[in-house]
Structure formats: structure tokens, C-alpha cells
Design a protein around this ligand. Sequence first.
Ligand code: URP
Ligand code: ZN
Ligand code: ZN
Ligand code: ZN
Length: 482
Amino acid sequence: MQFDTVIHGGTLVTSSDVAKGDIGIRDGRIVALAESLSGGDQRIDAGGRLVMPGGIEAHAHIAQESSSGVMGADDYLSGSVSAAFGGNSSFIPFAAQHRGQSVDEVIATYDARAASSVIDYSYHLIITDPSAEVLQDQLPRAFARGITSFKVFMTYDMMNIGDGGMLDILSVAREHGAITMVHAENNDMVKWMNGRLAEAGLTAPKYHAISRPELAEEEAINRAVSLAKLVDAPLFIVHVSTAGGAAIVQREILAGTRLFAETCPQYLAFTRDDLDRPGMEGAKFVCSPPLRDAETAEALWRHIKSGTFTSVSSDHAPYRYDETGKFIKGADVPYPQISNGMPGIAARLPYLFSEGVVKGRISLQEFVGLSSANAAGTFGMTGKGSLAPGMDADIAIWDPEATRVMGLQDQHDNMDYTPFEGMELTGVPETVMNRGALITHKGALVAKEGQGQFVARAPMTLSGHGHLAKERDPAQNFGAQI
Ligand code: URP
Ligand code: ZN
Ligand code: ZN
Ligand code: ZN
């Protein structure tokens, strides 16, 4: 058999298996797996290394305006390069609707922004204005293009759509086999806390954590799940930061609710004490939901291990530690005016590998599930997330023993800081391939700007359970009218 590339002598890892072997690649796809393959126009020696499906980053804000209208530091070129150095061969950033904007216009805007990506991409569509035209015409059109996930916010005045809006989106998503993602924090609780803290003159970065209590997340997760159950629609809770929130997710999954959730490295690696660093340094750790505590981090790890979370995502939301980013509204501003978010697309997998696999919390196969395979399944990237003949040749080669002290140079993005500064991590993604083309190789960038492609995603195979909550069951309540 003719191969464009053979990756030779590595340890192949998927979400189910670990075995030594070679991979044969032709026309951007994996065409052979065997103990040993000869030939190949290009041979890559993976001796002593792990060969895994490339990471799929399912939560990143790239070339996107924040909840308060501030453009993040990374465009699709810098964001995708940073992702690739972090072991990712594709990502699904957000395409965000501003109120009054049509979804068609949103997608056209992001298509232009994403043209520079070096890795494959899709978008989750953020809906902030669920008008009749959006619900009836524009979302179905987006869905037909392969955009099969919609995201809604329960917090932020400029983003949240209320419970009724959520029911509308969930219903449309269910009808088409899309999945709804939700940022779950109770907006009024946060605003009320902001008011009390402002009255008391408590405005330093550390009060950001106090202003967004764990109860605000737990209440909103409970409510989001109830809304999804009313219309029997699948739901994905993004960036779960609390043990209470994770426990609700776990309980609902066990009860059969079609529910998915992720957490993020920042809730494992940092605590609210990082918000209390000297001067305004804490601004580097302002993100929402906020950082919690060490006990919560341990609980979240247990939920990762036991399957409550199907993915660990970065929530990469890059704002520089300067007047273009964190301090765009002023240098010594009260915490609510500090731009919200942390960079992490390059550190997500190295952190998860080092703290998860190397420290024995998760297996290699679980690592592949959490980093790639499960996101491919949940979000319909059917050609990615595994190593099997017919799949895209989206591959990351890791040196599992290389150790480094993380610094800004490991991020390869447009940022001027990394929250992971000084952290010693073991395991380095050295080579990333997307559809058979090298993106990074032995630590160097080899991709050309714009070589990433849009990926049309598949619908969920089982979007609902086929049964509505009993309150909405026509036979019980509404006759045939609903
Ligand atoms: O603080 C964060 N996470 N900023 C990004 C926007 C969001 O809430 O996902
Ligand atoms: Zn969010
Ligand atoms: Zn986010
Ligand atoms: Zn159900």
C-alpha cells in the first residue's frame, strides 16, 4: 500500500486502547494501522513517544467580543497556533450574535475571521437574541451548514436570554438534533452581590470571587437542567466550577437525563487566593465563574475520574495584562470592570496530562476521552477523535517524559502573561498533524496560515429520549393541541 506518511514506532493511544504500532496516512486520512508498516513518502519516527488523536478544544473565545464588548487578544491565526502547540488539531470557538444581528451575518463574520486558522475549526453559535426569525429560519439554516451546537447565557446583562428564551432555543435544538450549551450562573444573585460589595467599598480583584457565589452556579445549573427536561432536550453545562454543580450533573446523569458537562484546568490549578496577589496582579485570574478553593479542585478531579465531566476544556478567553485587555476600562478599576477571562488553550492538555496521567489520577485512555474523543462525539465531529482507518489523520505525538517549567514562551499566542507561569509540567506535545499535514513538528511551527478547514458537524444521534416531562405530555395535559 502507498502512504504519504508513516508514523513509525510509537505507542498508539485511543480512548479505549493502548498498543505499539505504526500508522499509515494517505490523502489526509488514516488508511492503515499495523505492528509495522514499510514505505511512506515521509516517515516520522515516534520511538518512545505517545501517538494520540489530536486534541479537540471545545471551549475557546477566539476573535470574539466579550460579554462587555471587549475583543480578545487572539485572532484565528494566533489562537490556532497556540492550540496546536498545546496538542490540539482542531477547535470549536464561539460565533457570537450581538442583539439585533442575524445569525447569517454572524456566521459570515466568523467565516472571515476564521480564514487564517492553521487547524480545522467549527463554531458553537452564541444566541443572545432569540427572535422569531432566528428561531424559525436562521437557526435551521445554521444547522443545515453543520453548526450543530448553540450556546446561551444565564448571566451577563448583554447576553442572557431568560428562561423563556432558553426554552425556545432548547426546543429548536431538540427538533434538529443540536445540543444547547449553557453558561450557568444566576444573574440577579451576582448583581445583588455586586451591589452589596460596592456599597461597602470592596472593589479589589479578590472580591470578584465573592461576588459570584457557588450558589449562583448551583441554582442556575439546577434551573437549566429543569428547563431542558421540560422539553426533553440535551444540554451541555460549560465550565462547571463547583462541587455542588458537579453533584447535580452526576445525579441527573444517573437518573437518565441527557446531560453533558465540562470543567476547566483553572478550577483545578488555581484558587481564589490567586485573585489576592499583590497590587492588581489578581486581575490575571479574573474569570467567570470565578476560581474556588483547593477542596473544590479535589472534588472536581473526582468527578473527572468518575465520568461526570466528559471533557476538560480551556475556556481560553485571552485579555492582556494591559490597557488593551484586562484594564481597557482603566488601570485601578473595581473588579466588575476588569475584562473577564484567562488564556489556557496551550496549557489545557499539558496540564491535564501532567496532573492527570503522570500523577495517576486518570489513565491514558481517559486522557484521550477527555481531550478529544468525547468532544468529537458530543459535538458531531465524526471524522475525528480516534485513530482508525477512515478517520482524519489528526494526530498529536507526545513525549511523555519531557519536563518543562511553563512560561509565556510555551503559549505561542498574543498574550503578555500566562497564569501557569513557573508550573513544572511533565509531558510535551511535540508534533501535531491535521488531516495528514504537519502543523507543529518537534516544537516548531510548520503550518501555513489558513490551512485549517471548516468542519461541518453531524447532528446528535439521540437528541432526546423521546419523552417530554409529564407536565408537557399532551396525553396528560393539553389534548392534541401542543
Ligand atoms: O471569564 C470568562 N470565562 N470569560 C469568557 C466568557 C465566558 O463566560 O465564557
Ligand atoms: Zn462562560
Ligand atoms: Zn467561555
Ligand atoms: Zn429524557
